[in-house]
Design a protein around this ligand. Structure first.
Ligand code: URP
Length: 407
């Protein structure tokens, strides 16, 4: 797709000047040398080289053609070490739109999403993906803009239908799967959480993490549905490395990223649902910055498409009532601790991003930049402890001549 035919033809929906990613727009419009230089600055170098693409099995590419999803695959390397073998993990990220209109029966909507995801998960499994992550609240439309309570019906217990659906793939493909869902906590009064469940490569449930920071911005009226998480910053030690999940809006909180790093995460997944007008310029920066600052890999996933709801809603900003959130712009990507990153998946199509990463790179970057050793955490523990007290006074030194009139 991608290239606009001529001025008269309509551009594909939600494209950037007819291209479905910035990377593809640049590749088609710059000469090879210019493209190489622009990519070096935009996506960095890994071990001194541009990121390499990797070949995938024919079965996976055939599935992507048949079902029309974007399929891209890259490899991050690390320097060879004398005392440690490389620790290469294959990570997969899935972004997708919903499968039926939001007016369809809820059971049909959920079933249709399962059906839509099957071939994409199969493509990941047959490509040898070790750790697969889906997008935030993948088993439902992102209805939290509406404030209507009927959408709570989509919530499921940790061992509910969507977990069972994914457990079979985890077992079949020896694959860890991270499943971000709307959780119904049966044992605690049926309250609702925004939760990521970690399914082990034997199909077992390793544990869960609940979203720490709830947005209060634009149409993201999520605080109507669930509370800030109570699970801290767990790191899950899996057969394929130490992983953590920072759900969506948590990516704006540097201390949230830090805490996962302090607990030893090597890959932090950021399953998200966010829209163009609100956050698109922030998207390529925040995950990448977190990877650099914390010496781990970050895998950023965003849903795709425009979801229209039956009843218009407002968000107290004086704008007219509307029935959709805006466009979820996909653009999932992976960042490495050495400041390199993959190109993004499509802005308007379902997609699977597969990336090999040598986890040895994390320690190599810690040794190189020594961010942990230079961090001065005690300074920050001190100001945070003081800031939390009601009688906190900001440390401001005013110019004694601040109010002097200039002559
Ligand atoms: N799902 C979610 O937390 N979205 C908030 C918007 C954003 O963080 O870009």
């Amino acid at each position: 797709m991608e290239k606009p035919q001529n001025g008269e033809k309509e551009e594909p929906k939600a494209s950037i000047c007819g291209y479905d990613s910035l990377h593809r727009l640049l590749k088609d419009n710059l000469n090879p040398h210019q493209f190489q230089e622009v990519s070096r600055l935009l996506t960095g170098l890994n071990c001194g080289k541009a990121l390499e693409t990797i070949a995938l099995p024919e079965s996976a590419t055939a599935l992507s053609v048949e079902h029309g999803f974007d399929l891209q695959a890259f490899s991050f390397c690390a320097d060879k070490e004398l005392l440690r073998e490389p620790r290469v993990v294959k990570v997969g990220l899935i972004q997708n739109s919903i499968a039926l209109p939001t007016t369809a029966h809820f059971a049909d909507q959920k079933k249709a999403i399962f059906e839509k995801l099957k071939p994409i998960i199969e493509a990941a499994g047959s490509s040898g993906v070790n750790v697969l992550c889906l997008q935030e609240a993948w088993m439902m439309p992102f209805a939290f803009c509406t404030r209507e309570k009927k959408w709570c019906e989509f919530a499921e217990p940790v061992d509910g239908g969507s977990t069972k659906f994914l457990q079979s793939f985890a077992q079949k493909y020896n694959m860890v799967i991270i499943s971000p869902i709307l959780e119904r906590d049966i044992n605690h009064g049926e309250v609702i959480w925004n939760t990521a469940i970690v399914i082990g490569n034997h199909g077992n449930i390793i544990g869960k993490h609940r979203k720490n920071h709830i947005p209060r911005v634009g149409d993201f009226n999520e605080s109507t549905y669930y509370m800030e998480g109570n699970t801290g910053h767990p790191v899950f030690e899996t057969a394929f490395g130490k992983i953590a999940i920072n759900i969506c809006y948590g990516r704006h909180h540097p201390l949230n990223w830090l805490a996962f790093g302090l607990n030893g995460a090597e890959i932090v997944f950021n399953p998200s649902a966010t829209v163009g007008e609100l956050s698109e310029p922030m998207w390529p920066i925040e995950g990448r910055n977190a990877a650099i600052a914390n010496s781990y890999f970050v895998a950023s996933i965003n849903r795709v498409g425009t979801e229209t709801f039956p009843d218009p809603f407002t968000s107290g900003d004086g704008k007219p009532a509307h029935a959709d959130f805006g466009h979820f712009y996909g653009s999932s990507y992976i960042s490495a601790p050495d400041a390199s990153c993959t190109p993004s998946l499509s802005r308007n199509r379902d997609g699977l991003l597969i990336t090999d990463m040598d986890l040895n790179l994390c320690r190599q970057l810690k040794d190189k930049w020594a961010f942990r050793m230079t961090s001065r955490y005690e300074l920050y523990a001190d100001i945070l402890a003081r800031y939390l007290k009601p009688d906190f006074e900001p440390q401001v030194i005013s110019d004694p001549l601040l109010h002097k009139k200039s002559s």
